[in-house]
Write a protein that binds this ligand. Structure first.
Ligand code: SF4
Ligand code: FES
Length: 337
């Protein structure tokens, strides 16, 4: 099992592990060391072939391996580079990496509008976090930006191509989770765009998962769009008997109203189990769900600033809904994004 050192922290990992996976293992072993994990905009562990498109996960390999200690002369994509015995990697400790990451962020923002105040993804957008951490205060781009009108690509999904960063995650979902992909990236270079086949709508039992994997607000849920800012909703773990998926979801409540339903995301912001469209778009009554308890959003998101866990527990006590368990039975919430 090769040993790798990332930002002076050593870990032993199985053969074939990538630098990114090794960094995540460090973060899972000790949450105080999660800072060594590079950001990702296109890699998604459950989607085969994802990664290698966005370059946000670039790191410096200061020592290639025990056998060949020469450094790799340019930054490498950590999601696509396997660790070698004795490899030494620099992420946050390298000013060069931070500089490169800021360049990648600036590049991603060339066309992506900073319209967070009117975007449904605000508060849970990975590009928003990346811009906050590595972006510049102003843009140096002086040319006309690409803009597109939002379009409906099916009954329940809205595509706003202006915000798309071409990470290909939605294409991988369509390829691997649904049967019969009807959308993809057409054209190349600065005219590349996500599109459906002519007059085809995305109608597939698992197509809604494209919304969950989209790191920005390019794909949004038409049943939730503009209903509420995400940080004033109360996310609750919930489940139901479902013939198509595990039925394990997060329901986002405002009072007793279910505003939206999503998959449960882990600490890296990735969906643990993909859910079906019936759970996501149809089951919008509180009585459709068995509520398990407040979801603990521990990511550095504004959602976690809402103190909804305490508030929600209090509300449960004050106004118990028929299927909400007693406070004493609420399970501790799982850590998530
Ligand atoms: S629509 Fe979203 S998930 Fe699809 S390629 Fe664009 S940014 Fe990625
Ligand atoms: S996450 Fe590695 S290139 Fe996008």
């Amino acid at each position: 099992m090769p040993k790798v050192t990332i930002d002076n922290i050593e870990i032993e990992v199985p053969e074939g592990t990538t630098i990114l996976q090794a960094a995540r293992m460090i973060g899972e072993r000790n949450s105080a060391e999660r800072y060594v994990v590079p950001p990702t905009m296109c890699y998604y562990s459950s989607l085969e072939g994802s990664g290698g498109y966005c370059r946000t996960c670039l790191v410096k390999v200061a020592k290639g391996s025990e056998k060949d200690p020469r450094p790799i002369p340019k930054p490498v994509a950590s999601c696509r580079t396997a660790v070698q015995e004795g490899m030494v990697v620099e992420n946050t400790l390298s000013p060069e990496v931070l500089d490169v990451r800021s360049g990648v962020t600036e590049y991603l923002l060339i066309n992506h509008p900073l319209d967070c105040p009117i975007c449904d993804q605000a508060g849970e957008c990975h590009l928003q976090d990346l811009s906050y951490e590595h972006g510049l205060a102003t843009s140096r781009y002086q040319f006309e930006r690409r803009t597109f009108d939002p379009i409906d690509i099916g009954e329940t999904i809205k595509l706003h191509m202006t915000r798309c960063i071409l990470c290909y995650r939605c294409v991988k979902v369509a390829e691997q989770i649904t049967d019969g992909r009807v959308h993809g990236v057409i054209n190349r270079g600065d005219v590349a765009e996500i599109s459906t086949y002519i007059e085809q709508a995305i109608e597939n039992d698992f197509s809604g998962n494209m919304i969950d994997v989209c790191p920005v607000g390019a794909l949004t849920d038409r049943t939730f769009r503009f209903s509420a800012r995400v940080w004033i909703t109360k996310p609750m773990d919930a489940h139901r008997d479902c013939a198509q998926c595990s039925g394990k979801t997060v329901v986002w409540l405002k009072g007793q109203d279910v505003l939206r339903v999503t998959g449960r995301k882990d600490q890296w912001g990735e969906v643990e189990e993909f859910i079906c469209n019936e759970c996501r778009f149809v089951k919008k009554q509180l009585s459709d769900w068995i509520i398990e308890g407040p979801r603990n959003i521990d990511r550095h998101s504004v959602i976690s600033q809402g103190h909804y866990v305490l508030e929600t527990k209090q509300k449960v006590l004050d106004h118990p809904a028929p299927n909400v368990p007693e406070l004493a039975q609420l399970k501790p919430a799982k850590k998530s994004t």
